[in-house]
Design a protein around this ligand. Structure first.
Ligand SMILES: C[S@@+](CC[C@H](N)C(=O)[O-])C[C@H]1O[C@@H](n2cnc3c(N)ncnc32)[C@H](O)[C@@H]1O
Length: 320
């Protein structure tokens, strides 16, 4: 059996017997005015952060959601797209498709604004999405791509890029590892399926996104997710996993490299009226300007500029 077959079997079981807390961080699902989430759908919250960022979802976008789980985020996306077929959810596991259908029908009974047809559930997988080129504004996945081995991850990211319109957004939430996960855990297919042992480091994860052709990446959140303790997991020392929420834009990668925003700012402390780096950044004295990490590295060379640390929260608006 391959690790992908083990994963499919694992999620067939998780569809039939909800596994509360399987992946999610200890936070309540995003609540929105007039959005009511059926209890069985809440119990199948198998995500590790959130991919539903309201500011990305203006103008009734069309959304492809990869790995539907119990349908929680598909419902939340439908809240914003509000059109028949506005959310296309792709899911290879029949039991999970069935559970999501059931939960979405239950959601329609308690949400006036929602019709089950707003979410179209398609059989298929992340490596060959059953969706045309340039078809959607947003592709989202939560706590799935971390399961994939690097070559499969590259294929899944390239599929996401293929179906996105130019300028479209890939919104993801995944665990990342604070140091490389040892081979004996990576090879454990069940731990991988549980989103515990396939995670890349932050740098590897961002690099994979850029390699798939995304010229701008924004970090929306980074927080502790799970601890792999040394006794249980046979490690030299405890290994912390974090969950990382990102939005990546399908825009051309600039010649000097992609723009990655992690919440850094630059502040000019010199005597002039302003500082102009001749690359599009004009700093007013004493006023922080949000910048990407690439620009931060360039500006940090100037004595009269203070570059602040990553906050790991950047909520949009590119500078480059
Ligand atoms: C950890 S769950 C996340 C579910 C959902 N995103 C959420 O936040 O609750 C992973 C989901 O991806 C599905 N899945 C597994 N392998 C997949 C693949 N190769 N392509 C697409 N989805 C897959 C699983 O069946 C499951 O529904």
């Amino acid at each position: 059996m391959t690790y992908l077959e083990t994963t499919a079997r694992f999620y067939a079981e998780a569809a039939e017997t909800p596994n509360v807390g399987l992946c999610c961080v200890q936070s309540a699902p995003l609540s929105l005015p007039g959005l009511h989430i059926p209890i069985p759908m809440q119990e199948m919250n198998y995500g590790c952060g959130t991919t539903v960022h309201p500011a990305e979802l203006v103008s009734n976008p069309t959304i492809a959601y990869v790995g539907v789980g119990g349908g929680l985020e598909a419902l939340q996306f439908a809240y914003f797209s509000r059109q028949v077929g506005g959310v296309i959810a792709v899911e290879p596991v029949p039991e999970m498709r069935e559970a999501a259908r059931r939960n979405l029908e239950a959601a329609a009974e308690i949400n006036d604004w929602f019709e089950p047809e707003f979410v179209e559930i398609r059989a298929g997988d992340a490596f060959k999405l059953p969706i045309d080129d340039f078809a959607v504004d947003v592709v989202a996945q939560n706590c799935l791509f971390n399961i994939f081995e690097p070559a499969d991850l590259a294929q899944a990211l390239s599929e996401a890029a293929r179906i996105l319109k130019p300028g479209g957004r890939l919104i993801m939430s995944d665990p990342i590892a604070t140091r490389p996960i040892p081979a004996h855990l990576q090879a454990d297919e069940r731990l991988r399926a549980m989103c515990l042992s396939g995670a890349l480091t932050y740098a590897e994860y961002i690099q994979q996104i850029i390699q798939a052709g995304f010229g701008q990446v924004e970090v929306r959140a980074r927080r502790p997710y799970r601890l792999l303790d040394r006794q249980t997991y046979n490690l030299d020392s405890h290994l912390l996993l974090e969950s990382l929420d990102t939005v990546a834009f399908k825009v051309i990668i600039p010649e000097d490299g992609a723009c990655v925003f992690t919440g850094k700012t630059a502040v000019y402390a010199g005597a002039e009226a302003a500082f102009d780096d001749q690359a599009g950044h004009i700093l007013q004295p004493g006023i922080p300007l949000a910048i990407c990490d690439k620009t931060a590295a360039k500006l940090a060379r100037f004595e009269e500029i203070l570059v602040t640390d990553s906050t790991w929260h950047y909520s949009g608006g590119g500078c480059c």
